[in-house]
Write a protein that binds this ligand. Structure first.
Ligand SMILES: [Zn+2]
Length: 330
């Protein structure tokens, strides 16, 4: 394992949020939202732990949401396995977990709201067609890169049936926000993303829409997740603004990588975390703490999971007190 690839910015020292909370802001609600494509591995456990610690350090509530909106990618039984793993690691949730696959009517309502505002259009472009248009415009993309949609179908008035549905971006759409760990962020959605898909041609809602609708429905105030999702944040803030939602605070955590520098994932054959031996659970928690930047000898000497989590929560509070936090602007 290499050390963190995304060190939390130590210069970022505003410390405004805790003071604001004392002035009666909304109570903290955080969430962990795994995709049930397989068991938790060290990378996803690190994200779960960071989000749980942030909620506990704020005396907040912590929710678990199973992000199975992309049903063809889900692995049968992975959701229950993830919940068992979280329990074995002492990461207890405060409310009944939710499953995105059961919430499609709620996503449709969000989409309908955007349709009413004339912000949605149908698109029939294949990936190949989009690549060709970009190629002709002299924009080269690497094979796995997300394609910047060139707006081909914008004025075609295609039906909403059997077509992908895209969000029409305004002309100037630069989203600035402050990540609580990484500092100031900015993304020009037109030039870096393009009109993005909210419902696919096969009728499945996309992650972008589902996550925004769910965070609002569940009153989530703090999104703590892996840095691999940082590039999605501007789109989600734009959607929140279009839907009249409040923007939560964002904290993107360092990614755990393998020796080849790849993010641990099912694709990179990351091993499931062990959940039947207390010694191994504690050793795994200590590895996760290392990636989160809170590892120390006191933590390493803990012999019960509950005590370990108590000490880790104090470490997280120390980090917050040193000022990890700032406000997101929309
Ligand atoms: Zn199109």
């Amino acid at each position: 394992m290499s050390p963190m690839t995304h060190p939390l910015n130590p210069q970022f020292n505003q410390g405004t949020r805790l003071k604001e909370d004392q002035k009666g802001h909304k109570p903290y609600r955080g969430r962990f939202a795994p995709s049930p494509t397989g068991a938790l591995h060290l990378g996803s456990l690190t994200t779960a732990l960071g989000s749980w610690l942030d909620a506990r350090a704020h005396d907040g509530r912590w929710l678990v949401r199973i992000e199975d909106v992309d049903t063809p990618r889900t692995a049968p039984g992975a959701d229950q396995l993830i919940l068992e793993q979280l329990k074995a690691y002492g990461l207890e949730w405060d409310e009944e977990p939710t499953w995105q696959s059961k919430r499609t009517s709620v996503y449709q309502k969000g989409l309908d709201q955007l349709i009413t505002k004339d912000l949605i259009y149908g698109c029939q472009c294949s990936r190949k067609q989009i690549e060709d248009v970009l190629h002709q415009a002299g924009i080269s993309m690497s094979p796995n890169q997300e394609l910047i949609y060139p707006g081909t179908c914008r004025e075609q008035h295609l039906s909403f049936e059997n077509h992908a549905l895209r969000m029409r971006l305004p002309e100037n759409c630069v989203i600035d926000f402050v990540d609580q760990g990484l500092g100031k962020q900015s993304q020009d959605l037109n030039h870096q993303v393009g009109d993005f898909v909210l419902r696919r041609a096969d009728g499945l809602f996309t992650y972008q829409l589902a996550v925004v609708v769910d965070d609002q429905a569940q009153g989530v105030t703090h999104v703590v997740r892996g840095a691999d999702l940082l590039s999605n944040t501007a789109r989600q803030i734009h959607l929140q603004c279009a839907l009249g939602y409040e923007t939560p605070h964002y904290l993107h955590l360092p990614l755990v990588t393998n020796t080849a520098g790849e993010k641990l994932s099912k694709q990179t054959q990351a091993a499931a975390i062990e959940m039947h031996s207390r010694e191994i659970i504690l050793a795994t928690l200590n590895r996760a703490a290392h990636y989160l930047g809170i590892a120390d000898t006191t933590l390493a000497h803990q012999t019960s999971v509950a005590q370990w989590l108590g000490v880790a929560t104090e470490r997280w509070k120390d980090r917050l007190a040193k000022g990890w936090v700032a406000k997101v602007t929309c």
